[in-house]
Design a protein around this ligand. Structure first.
Ligand code: HEC
Length: 118
């Protein structure tokens, strides 16, 4: 009985994992293509904290903190880098600056990140 219960839990968890993986694997937006092409996904995932905070958490945090200036703040963070903002989530690594991407790409990425939070 005990084993059966455990198996149900494991099956449920792996199903949830599969669903959350596939929901973004098919993301064809320009923003997602850019973060993929520029190595951002080494440290970030869409809905899961890794070395860096998830893009959903970034969207929510900046919306809450900066309201209509959230887009500008996210662009600034990509351009100049960031550190210490996500300490309370156990994230102590540093976000390197990506100013070489240029304004256009940074804006596209920032808009895509913001679009991930309702
Ligand atoms: C070496 C790992 C690493 C890479 C590569 C990386 N990031 Fe980050 N990123 C981080 C960390 C760590 C933080 C959290 C910094 C903090 O606590 O302030 C972060 C934070 C951010 C933030 C939020 C900053 C804020 O002010 O809310 C954005 C936006 C971001 N990254 C976008 C990107 C994009 C876009 C790329 C690719 C061009 C990228 N990151 C590549 C580690 C990385």
């Amino acid at each position: 009985m005990k084993l059966k219960g455990l198996m149900v839990v494991v099956a449920g968890a792996s199903l949830m994992f599969a669903v959350s993986q596939t929901s973004f694997a098919g993301d064809k937006s320009e923003g997602y293509k850019l973060v993929k092409a520029n190595g951002c996904l080494a440290c970030h995932a869409v809905d899961q904290n890794k070395v860096g905070p998830s893009y959903k958490l970034i969207a929510e945090t900046n919306k809450k903190e900066y309201g209509k200036d959230a887009l500008k703040e996210i662009e600034k963070a990509i351009e100049k880098g960031s550190k210490g903002k996500y300490k309370k989530y156990g994230i102590t690594a540093v976000m390197p600056p990506y100013n070489y991407l240029g304004k256009q790409k940074i804006e596209t990425i920032a808009k895509w990140i913001l679009s991930l939070s309702k």
